[in-house]
Design a protein around this ligand. Sequence first.
Ligand code: CMC
Length: 375
Amino acid sequence: MGAVNGLKDVVAAESSISRIAIEDGKAVLEYRGYNIHDLARHSTYEEVAYLLLFGELPSKSDLEYFSEDLKERRELPPQIVGLLTNLSPFCHPMVALRTAVSFLGTMDKHISFTGHEKSIEKAKNLIAKFPTIVAYFHRIRMGEKLVHPSEDLGHAANFLYMLHGEEPTKTMEKALDLDFILHADHELNASTFAARVAASTLADMYACVVAATGTLIGPLHGGAAQRVMEMLREVALPKRAERYVLEKLAKGERIMGFGHRVYRNVIDPRTVELKRLARMLSKEKGTRWFEISEAIEKAVYRHKGLLPNVDFYSASVYANLGIPDDLFINIFAIGRVSGWTAHIIEQYENNVLIRPRAEYIGPAGKKFLPLSERE
Ligand code: CMC
């Protein structure tokens, strides 16, 4: 039995949520059978969240009901606002989100799976409350008054409204909505896998989502976009990209936002959409983030043959939307929570405990010496 470190290319579950395939030399990504490019152009995040949770696109009335339901769930219980207020203002917003999800679990007396209907309720609760938790914590740490959720705005527009205290333009709303769609699911990425491992023990949904949020934080996963932004700020001018990349590679360091476990020599279809969005927003806002990013992309390809991943152009999209760098992982989480909860429900429905084996490589059969005889 040989270990597959990092479970590279191991198919660890059956799923009918996302399909990633390489067809005719191109990467294809589908949610529940629908191509990501079609969803990006023609749907909204609410439609996609419904699709992921229930397996089918909603009818007009289903969507209206679902969107209203989410709106009604947006406000946070006072205990959560109290928790966010008591956190250190230096607490990373993603740690605040992870803690708030765990705290939400304290309001439910069950600690394990309690049936499909309850799981759907919890999923809707989490999808609706994630943006509020993030916006409230940000305003609390900045010493600003809370902006309560709007009853009129859609998911993405409402988040920007609660964060900035003013309604976003249609372009900003559409841009963030598209970003949420693109981040909503991605098969067995590390955080989703973590959620499914927890779900396979029949732990309750809050526990599973805590596992997912904790896993997303790392720089090899959702933490990459924040690091990309640090790089864009450091490079600052497109003409400095080449030198920056060469120096990093010479030191054997990784360049954030490049490489992918699944898309090895093909471009991630989400990157294509995000690049288009980053170009459009940088032009509209008159910033250089896109230009700098493109110069880095070319240099990394020239010198290492690596392609940008979903986190790379997300950074310039978020910067152009006026989102602070340390909220980037939270934005990813707001989009991804619909995918996490859909996977948790899928795992519960067809459950087999996830418990792989390890190939032992340490010493064996050693003689035990009592403490008094040890040197
Ligand atoms: N910069 C420089 N070299 C890299 C990079 C990078 N970003 N990514 C991979 N490589 C090299 C790596 O050194 C190795 O080279 P060699 O064969 O010469 O030793 C080769 O490419 C294969 O890399 P790997 O580590 O075996 O690939 P992996 O599938 O284990 O890792 C990854 C995938 C995403 C962790 C990795 O590409 C990476 O660390 N990227 C930077 C962090 C990042 O952008 N993460 C976001 C991932 S995508 C969205 C998400 O999941 O959140």
